[in-house]
Write a protein that binds this ligand. Sequence first.
Ligand code: PMP
Length: 395
Amino acid sequence: PDRLWQRKLREQFPIVTAHPESAYLDSAATSQKPQAVLDAVHAYLTTTNANAGRGTYPWANRTTRLVEETRERVKEFLGDPEPGRSTVHFTSGTSEGLRTVARDWLVPYLRDGDEILVPFADHRANLDPWLEARRLLAERGVGIQVRALPHQAVSGDYDHRALGGLVGPRTRFVAATHVHHVYGGDMNVHRIREAVGPDVPICLDAAQSVGHLPVDLADPALDVDFVVFSGHKAMALPGTGAVWARNARGPGFRPAGWRGTPNTVGIVSLGAALDWLDEAGADRIARWTDGLTTRLTDRLRHLDPYEILGCPTSLAADSALPAAQRRHGIVTFRHRDIPSDDLGFILYSHGFMVRADSLCQAGADDEKGSVRVSLHVYNTVEEIDRLLAVLTSLA
Ligand code: PMP
């Protein structure tokens, strides 16, 4: 039944069905778009297009309404338990979202001597803004400590035990990642909450989880204060993303400054994308991509020249692990003898579009020389088997 379900969904991606000889395996960079999103964009641009919030005529009013409805849609999609209190701010993606939280919320919130904990081995987008905040504060004579969230050397997960020792009375903020963009692992943010206690705001980079796994803010295990994600990785148009802010700890989130014209068509595409994802079902999407991921890793880990980066916390095959410990749709590996660029070209000559070499990981040399395969619901068992056949032939 899952295969039938998946085939129906895959058929809704025109770019995917137009290239049956190719396989798009770079969804962690950006996702492909289903027909429903393309239709919503076309309908908006051919019936309604206007600027938001400044018209006295129906197209402008309708545009304003669509933007506001999408804001509420984001809250609903994330399972926001208190939508009357929270804020949704639209951005061009996760990078701009994290920068906005840093500049407009964190900088005014911190005081001299405060400490923050941020990831030094996740995506750069989740490090640079916090370092920039420290610089801006220093210019104003406010000194803060930026500490690195400790990682476990092998699994890539945070070292939650070591974390306890880093938390003190001046710890005022933590930035974390939901699903790691190189290792694909769930970073177990509930354990960060346990370590820092109930009062410290946590900002979650959810670029690799929204649209892939259930992200449910009503779940006590996801007691975070910001969720930042990229719409374009979740079926919406390029140049889309959002910041959700709970506004329960610290000052409320009010992005500063003159914001100009919003990306109205992008916001419309995001609304349509979230509708589409809800209809497909996050649970089911996760089950599908987790299945493909374990099919790939269970075989690849036995192919001698390949090393898979970051590994589950036990030495068991991914398929034997509980879902929370598996890789979610992202597998990064290297070949002992073939440089990553070459491996990328070889794979492309067989129709596989993967990410080679630079994965924008902060600090770490880990990713160097590696190739990343990342999946979404349009990918198939056949694609994984074809990929494994090519990888085996290179072993
Ligand atoms: N954080 C993570 C974990 C990511 O995977 C990415 C995208 N590669 C980003 C942030 C940056 O997202 P965007 O390109 O939408 O700004």
